[in-house]
Design a protein around this ligand. Structure first.
Ligand SMILES: NC(=O)c1ccc[n+]([C@@H]2O[C@H](COP(=O)([O-])OP(=O)(O)OC[C@H]3O[C@@H](n4cnc5c(N)ncnc54)[C@H](O)[C@@H]3O)[C@@H](O)[C@H]2O)c1
Ligand SMILES: O=C(O)C[C@H](O)C(=O)O
Length: 317
């Protein structure tokens, strides 16, 4: 199993690369990034980070070999490619403000990846996530089952972490679903949230639950405010978890950005929905039942992703 991570000289990509290696399910991780010029000097961030990470193998005890490069020849025959290349937002920006700069980066990266790995599976991380996943799918020429976006695992992880703190329970025991676009219109679903099978509303007041839901929806912005750039530990780990589910043919069900063809009443866009992940990529979109309020929130989230897609059409003309 060969996994390429593009943008791996940066924060999310390097975290994804290291997490993949630590989980020890791949033979090789290729870390790709641009070379960086500083006056007369040239630096190789992906090579440097991958070398540093490889030197943790004797300490962590993994066998996955990591190496860095700026040459796509080295990505040849990748089974899975994770795209984190692009610009992160700064305080005061929305994810959609990254659209024009990241669309061109994601398009060019995808073209270079599929030129060397025509049967690969692509996991997109770059923002704005649902639109960048669409850009990668279009640029790749791959079936939509093989191109997907990472956001739902991150959003649900934030929601579960906040609940675990509030309830003083292990995060391991919390299960939940969040649908919709990876923006402030995402749709956490309390009806599908349980702690060891116990419905969440039996364990927490509506007021506290609503406060946690609102915090989870803007969880990315909270971290941008704290750090001046966006998060990477949980995003990188989430992308690695998707790669693991695919590599190990696990049939895991996760919320991921997937191409809709009528599911949940919508079609012709990428947006977060529960999917089954295995060696085929997305083998199934899992259609759960939504009540009228949940459907309305999902419809609003679809509308917001469609607005960003219209902006993309204008920019890429
Ligand atoms: N989907 C999510 O939930 C999620 C979560 C966190 C971050 N993100 C997004 O991921 C992206 C990366 O965030 P980060 O914090 O790692 O940023 P970063 O600046 O630390 O790293 C991005 C890397 O991409 C590289 N890059 C840029 N253009 C490239 C190209 N053409 N080819 C190869 N590499 C290129 C840069 O050199 C840089 O090293 C951002 O767009 C951010 O918004 C998404
Ligand atoms: O918030 C961001 O800009 C990055 C990412 O989408 C996140 O949710 O952490």
């Amino acid at each position: 199993m060969k996994i390429t991570v593009v943008g791996a000289g940066g924060n999310v990509g390097s975290t994804a690369a290291l997490t993949v290696a630590q989980r020890n399910f791949a033979k090789q991780v290729v870390a790709i990034d641009l070379e960086k010029k500083d006056g007369e000097k040239t630096f190789y961030p992906a090579k440097g980070r991958a070398l540093d990470q490889w030197q943790t193998a004797p300490i962590h005890g993994f066998s996955t070999h990591l190496f860095g490069s700026s040459n796509y020849e080295d990505t040849k025959g990748s089974d899975i490619c994770i795209i984190t290349a692009g610009v992160p937002r700064r305080p005061g920006m929305s994810r959609d403000d990254l659209l024009s700069i990241n669309a061109n980066i994601v398009k060019s990266v995808t073209e270079q990846l599929v030129a060397h790995s025509p049967d690969t599976i692509i996991i997109v991380v770059s923002n704005p996530l649902d639109v960048m996943t669409y850009v990668a799918w279009k640029a790749s020429g791959l079936p939509s089952s093989k191109v997907m976006g990472m956001a739902g695992i991150l959003d649900t992880a934030r929601y579960c972490a906040f609940l675990a703190e509030e309830l003083n329970v292990s995060p391991k025991d919390i299960q939940c679903q969040i649908l919709g676009g990876h923006g402030d219109t995402m749709v956490p679903l309390p009806r599908y949230t349980t702690v060891s099978g116990i419905p969440i509303r039996q364990l927490i007041s509506d007021e506290k639950l609503n406060a946690i839901i609102e915090r989870a929806k803007v969880g990315g912005g909270e971290l941008v405010g704290l750090m001046g750039t966006s998060a990477w530990y949980a995003p990188g780990a989430a992308a690695a978890q998707m790669a693991e589910a695919i590599a190990l043919d696990e049939n895991r069900i996760f919320p991921c950005s997937a191409w809709l063809t009528g599911e949940f009443g919508h079609k012709d866009l990428y947006i977060g929905v529960p999917v089954k992940l295995n060696r085929q990529g997305i083998s199934e979109i899992v259609q759960i039942d939504l009540d009228a309020d949940e459907q309305k929130l999902f419809d609003d989230s679809v509308a917001s992703v469609r607005t960003a897609l219209e902006d993309l059409e204008r920019i890429m003309k």
